[in-house]
Ligand binder design. Structure first.
Ligand code: CA2
Length: 166
């Protein structure tokens, strides 16, 4: 009997076209406190507002997002590991882990997905320890200091890259 022709995107063959998969938007430790304290640095918007902005921007760009937040480094690492087959790309604000986490850098490099790093504040205008980020090595681009709007800009850039792969 002739073998069944291999269908594009069949379960056994290539997975769904990468460009149709959601963008994983990851927020790290303490970003659940947005809008609650330190509003002079981070603004008045809450994490809910940030997620809503990402969903609205994604809808306008005809893409989808999967927004998550965790205070736990290992959970962020696990989500990045799992995203390899299920997401098109990653937008990440790793919060304080940006400045400390080799584990998160390794996970992002292993994911082999396009990554954009976002910071709400201008980390270069703040304390010296915030000037360097371990995870920048895995990022195609870094946006800092533009408030939560930075996530919208990151989604615009990502939409261009992933549409090329649809
Ligand atoms: O500017 C950013 O987005 C940061 O990634 C935010 C991190 C900080 O450790 C990075 O250096 C820069 C911290 C987020 C803490 O967010 C808070 C929000 C409200 C109240 C307290 C903390």
């Amino acid at each position: 009997m002739m073998p069944a022709p291999r269908r594009k995107n069949s379960k056994r063959g290539a997975s769904a076209p990468k460009g149709k998969l959601p963008v994983l938007v990851l927020n790290g430790p303490n970003l659940n406190m947005l809008g609650v304290r330190e509003t002079k640095i981070y603004g008045n918007a809450t994490l809910r507002d940030l997620d809503a902005l990402c969903r609205k921007t994604a809808a306008d760009l005809n893409i989808t997002v999967d927004c998550r937040q965790s205070n736990i480094e290992g959970e962020l690492v696990s989500w990045v590991q799992q995203s390899r087959k299920t997401h098109s790309s990653i937008i990440i604000n790793a919060g304080g882990y940006s400045h400390t986490s080799v584990a998160l850098l390794d996970a992002l490099l292993l994911s082999d997905l396009p990554v954009i790093e976002v910071h709400i504040s201008n980390i270069y205008g703040r304390e010296h320890f915030r000037h360097s980020s371990y995870i920048s090595k895995a990022a195609r681009g870094v946006i800092a200091g533009l408030g939560i709007e930075g996530y919208a800009f990151a989604l615009q850039a990502m939409a261009k890259w992933i549409s090329a792969r649809r």
